[in-house]
Design a protein around this ligand. Structure first.
Ligand code: SF4
Length: 75
């Protein structure tokens, strides 16, 4: 699957970035300290993979080290 581009309209709408460390924690709706795609409830695919499918962005893969405003903690 192709990688999600940061300038994809859906990615922009969700404030997606390939690098979660660039996101100001104060701008996040959820208080959890460490937030990235790898520890998001919506990530799919295999643990440890650098690029993985996400339920929010069908047909694309997102960076395990990425982040978007839909981030939610794993149950
Ligand atoms: Fe990453 Fe979760 Fe956003 Fe998908 S929903 S892009 S896994 S933070």
């Amino acid at each position: 699957m192709p990688k999600l581009a940061e300038d994809d309209p859906m990615a922009v709408a969700m404030k997606y970035t390939h690098d979660a460390s660039t996101v100001d924690p104060a701008s996040r709706a959820n208080p959890a300290e460490v937030q990235n795609c790898a520890n998001c409830a919506l990530i799919q695919g295999e643990d440890g993979a650098e690029w993985r499918p996400c339920q929010i962005f069908p047909g694309k893969v997102v960076a395990a080290a990425g982040w978007c405003s839909v981030w939610a903690p794993k149950a």
